[in-house]
Design a protein around this ligand. Structure first.
Ligand code: FE
Length: 130
């Protein structure tokens, strides 16, 4: 068993766990651009103490290189926990985040995420650099 085998992939329009990467398909070399990462973009994922998205991470794999680079990791830490009990808390972190990056070469953006009860998910998109 390889940890890579445990990452689930699916069509994000039909499966609420898939991290959706929203960014331009082509960017200019050396110019920062915005990348939105969101889970449950088409079908809402629950956000409760018992069932929620814990984190999303973003990686870049250059087209002509062996190694993959981590762009960022984002934790979603509040899910209604409180002294009074589950879902009695005043705050819930939404499972979406914007980050900015710049690239020098084309490759693939890869997002991974974790649902506390439904495991690991991933998605990727190719990005061109001009
Ligand atoms: Fe889930």
């Amino acid at each position: 068993m390889d940890i890579g085998d445990r990452f689930q992939r699916a069509d994000w329009k039909a499966e609420k766990h898939v991290p959706v990467i929203d960014c331009p398909g082509e960017v200019k070399a050396g110019e920062n651009f915005k990348i939105n990462l969101m889970i449950g973009k088409e079908i809402a994922h629950p956000n409760t103490t018992e069932h929620h998205i814990r984190w999303v991470a973003l990686y870049f794999s250059p087209a002509d290189e062996k190694f993959t680079y981590e762009i960022g990791r984002f934790e979603f830490n509040a899910h209604g926990e409180a002294v009074a009990g589950a879902n009695e808390g005043p705050v819930y972190t939404h499972h979406a985040v914007d980050c900015w990056a710049m690239l020098k070469k084309p490759g693939t953006l890869i997002a991974t995420s974790l649902c506390n009860i439904h495991g690991l998910w991933e998605s990727s998109i190719d990005i061109q650099v001009s």
